[in-house]
Design a protein around this ligand. Structure first.
Ligand code: PCA
Length: 205
């Protein structure tokens, strides 16, 4: 099984992004699971191009993109990517698109083709808070998720793809008023549980 894991660089006022910390720390699981890790820029244009290129080059069986969702307290597996960008803050290139479609030639929304409930249960079985989320927002994460699902539905129908949002790291909430956080150790355990559940679904165990 070839797995492409993506995380993001820091954005806004943050000096670290828990998504890349999680992907970076993801361990080698077993010989028949090959993992490629990529850190995406928080840039509407560059992140999408980089993801498309990586999928075309690597041809993963599973594409899992991870992003930071400050304020959320659980690991959230995203259900739906929408064909819309409406940015409340500029991306790391200073670009701030308002109410526009990501692709004029594509559907309004795509569902992840991952077994979402199974994945949430697998994370919860590790004693970690997890839930399905019905909105990945309208910022760069949703654009990356939408691009991933567009690749599935237009080009790589056998690829399983999805997006997972993770809370802030404990060091990010110092000085923020009572915001939830989760350690990298915990988010890595959750991601291992996700990959193992996918292997089980794909009859690899
Ligand atoms: N979170 C942002 C973009 C990058 C990230 O880690 C988002 O939720 O859109």
């Amino acid at each position: 099984m070839k797995v492409l894991l993506t995380g993001f660089e820091p954005f806004g006022q943050e000096k670290v992004n828990p998504s890349w910390e999680t992907v970076k720390a993801f361990p080698e699981l077993r010989e028949d699971v090959e993992v490629l890790k990529i850190c995406l820029p928080v840039s509407f244009q560059k992140a999408v191009t980089m993801l498309e290129q990586a999928v075309d080059d690597y041809r993963p069986d599973v594409l899992l993109s991870i992003g930071q969702a400050g304020g959320r307290c659980a690991i959230e597996v995203e259900r739906v990517a929408i064909n819309m960008v409406d940015s409340k803050k500029p991306d790391n290139d200073g670009y701030q698109p308002q109410e526009c479609q990501l692709r004029a030639d594509a559907p309004n929304a795509y569902f992840s083709n991952l077994p979402l409930k199974r994945l949430v249960e697998a994370i919860q079985d590790e004693g970690i808070l997890a839930a399905i989320s019905n909105s990945a927002g309208l910022y760069v994460c949703n654009s990356v998720f939408y691009t991933a699902m567009h690749l599935v539905y237009s080009k790589y129908p056998n690829m399983q793809a999805g997006f997972i949002h993770v809370p802030y790291l404990p060091c990010q909430v110092v000085g923020k008023n009572k915001q939830p956080s989760m350690s990298t150790e915990t988010t890595v355990l959750a991601l291992i549980a996700v990959i193992q559940a996918l292997m089980a679904c794909n009859q690899m165990v």
